[in-house]
Write a protein that binds this ligand. Structure first.
Ligand SMILES: *[C@@H]1O[C@H](CO)[C@@H](O)[C@H](O)[C@H]1NC(C)=O
Ligand SMILES: *[C@@H]1O[C@H](CO)[C@@H](O)[C@H](O)[C@H]1NC(C)=O
Length: 380
């Protein structure tokens, strides 16, 4: 009797912990061992950079109605014109700002922060998509040619976009950060366009730090194009490839949400395009991954596909083409995930492939570089 009870109890325990997180995982969902996971640390991704606490009390420039500047771009221009290597703090007062913000490459370290109690109090929102025409773009982004004038620090960024027939993914960015050492806190960025790829924020600079920031969009919401980025305590919402690019980035203590209100019944979170020689692409740690309820339960959500940037269909070359790298660890994954096939075929048509061998090389570019470790939740 005792034995039967014991068997019954252990059976229930096994059933209620039907986790997919056991090493080495499967051919569609590979899982790291403790030893393999030990190299995927914050310090290996950051490689000598330690993001500082973002100071949100100093204000060298203030933006808001009735303040020193009415647009964020004007304050950014002023900080760059001031020059030097001392950090310049731009405080943005509560409100909705319908403008692009371009931070070109500069030696001036810039901090942008919202002065409200929550990120949603300071919204930077504009609807632009890859299909927006150069003429529409000019009318929206540079009305009366007053916001970007020849000679302004960011004029060349505007100039590269406005002459195109349709502006393309990069130029759809509402906020575009090319400078190194930019810090951003307490704001919400949104690109509400559902017409095509529509980027809310693009980063090309090194050491970009986001703290307590919301990123809302649909396809291609957050473009971490190059350099290193550190995102702590953020919310990122989108539906297709909504966190993508070649950067090395850490997502920590954050919420990543697949949205269904386009409407869509599926969502795909990450599309990294990491250099094949870079072992550190995207590290997701202590995050909550979820999908809105209309994303088809148990099949609608995918974690990632490799963005083989610049590679035509069937032309992937191991070690030469980019090969997205992604670790999702110590996080919760709520229901909605296709638990048996969380990774999709790459953009150049490579079927997802991995190794479950005990002697596997985690950076073998003949395979994908997507791994999970120690996740919890309904889909873990
Ligand atoms: C990666 O490194 C190898 C060896 O140094 C080099 O031959 C190759 O061009 C590099 N690949 C890329 C995409 O930089
Ligand atoms: C597993 O993840 C949890 C957070 O969900 C964390 O507290 C714990 O330390 C992790 N365990 C290991 C072995 O890393």
């Amino acid at each position: 009797m005792k034995l039967i009870l014991l068997l019954l109890v252990s059976c229930i325990v096994v059933l209620s912990y039907a986790s997919h997180q056991n090493y080495p995982g499967t051919s569609t969902r590979p899982i790291l061992s403790d030893w393999e996971a030990s190299q995927y640390t914050e310090s290996n991704y950051l490689n000598g950079w330690s993001p500082e606490t973002i100071n949100t009390w100093q204000a060298d420039y203030t933006v808001g109605s009735g303040k020193q500047y009415s647009s964020i771009q004007e304050a950014v221009n002023a900080a760059i014109w001031a020059g030097g290597s001392t950090r310049k703090y731009i405080r943005i007062e509560t409100g909705t700002y319908k403008e692009t913000v371009y931070i070109p490459s500069t030696s001036v370290p810039i901090t942008l922060y919202g002065g409200g109690g929550s990120p949603d109090d300071v919204q930077i929102v504009l609807s632009l998509s890859a299909q927006t025409t150069g003429t529409e773009y000019t009318n929206i982004v540079n009305p009366n040619w007053q916001r970007y004038k020849s000679g302004d620090p960011a004029y060349s960024m505007f100039e590269k976009c406005y002459q195109s027939a349709t502006i393309g993914t990069s130029c759809s960015s509402v906020v575009w950060i090319k400078a190194d050492n930019v810090q951003v806190a307490n704001v919400k960025f949104e690109n509400p366009s559902t017409a095509a790829q529509a980027v809310a924020v693009q980063t090309n600079g090194d050491k970009t730090h986001f703290e307590n920031v919301h990123f809302y969009g649909f396809q291609d919401t957050l473009y971490l194009h190059a350099g290193k980025a550190y995102l702590n305590n953020v919310i990122i919402k989108g539906d297709v490839d909504f966190i993508f690019g070649s950067a090395t980035a850490i997502f920590k203590n954050s919420q990543i949400i697949g949205r269904a209100d386009r409407p869509r019944t599926s969502a795909l979170m990450f599309a990294p395009s990491t250099d094949p020689n870079n072992s550190y692409g995207f590290l997701v740690v202590n995050c909550q991954l979820s999908a809105e309820s209309k994303v088809a339960s148990s099949t609608g959500l995918r974690l990632a596909r490799a963005w083989d940037s610049g590679v035509s269909s069937g032309q992937y070359v191991p070690g030469v083409s980019p090969n997205g790298q992604l670790i999702i660890r110590d996080s919760s994954i709520a229901k909605g995930l296709n638990v048996n096939a969380p990774y999709q075929t790459s953009t150049s048509g490579r079927a997802f492939s991995t190794s479950t061998s005990s002697s596997r090389n985690l950076n073998d570019n003949n395979h994908n570089r997507f791994w999970e470790y120690n996740n919890s939740g309904d889909s873990a």
